[in-house]
Design a protein around this ligand. Sequence first.
Ligand code: ZN
Length: 151
Amino acid sequence: MILADDSLAREFFLGFIKIHVLHHAAQAPVYGLALIEELGRHGYRLGPGTLYPLLHGLEAAGYLRQDPRVVNGRVRKYYVATPLGLEALATARQRIRELVDEVLEGRGPGRGELGRVRRRRRSSRTGALPLPAGGVSGPDAEASCNRSASS
Ligand SMILES: [Zn+2]
């Protein structure tokens, strides 16, 4: 569940939620209310005021496109993943796998080993994570460091 007063936790979970939305939009067209329910099932409680700007952000990034359909005589705004969105999702999957391997499975450098790796002083001193300010980073940044990875 998102802790509204913890901005760092919120930032983490918004990234998870974006990947989640992209995942479902890659499988079948999705719409706002169904996503709110689905995310609720996973323990993310968010309202339209959070979800719709998030959908618009993914659309603006070129990851989703609108696919409106008439349901019961009314237009419902569905979203589907674009080829760029699928590419971003493929990259995200690899990052998730790596994260799970290290954080859940305990693979990766052991205790003390990381100290031998030369780090950038500024980010380690503040303890700040070098995350992009806008959450999920753009496709260009992703593509440049993971080009061999797709498909
Ligand atoms: Zn889900």
